[in-house]
Ligand binder design. Structure first.
Ligand SMILES: [Zn+2]
Length: 72
């Protein structure tokens, strides 16, 4: 099994600021407040979390077995 990438460069679509964030391995992150413009980022339609939408890498569940299987 490959090692998961846990560090993600998250780029704000509003102001373009980039932050290095460490992703949790067991959950998805729906909301992220940009440290630059204070915008609350949400995933794009079809994406499970802000890392998949705006990050440099997919979130750990997406790198592995798939994301949020039991999400109601
Ligand atoms: Zn921003």
């Amino acid at each position: 099994m490959n090692a998961l990438v846990l560090e993600c460069l998250l780029t704000c679509p509003h102001c373009g600021s980039v932050r290095l964030e460490t992703m949790p391995t067991d959950s998805c992150r729906f909301f992220y407040e940009c440290s630059g413009c204070k915008a609350m980022l949400r995933p794009k339609p079809g994406d499970c979390c802000v890392f998949c939408s705006f990050g440099s890498v997919k979130c750990p569940p997406m790198q592995g077995q798939g994301c949020c299987p039991a999400q109601p």
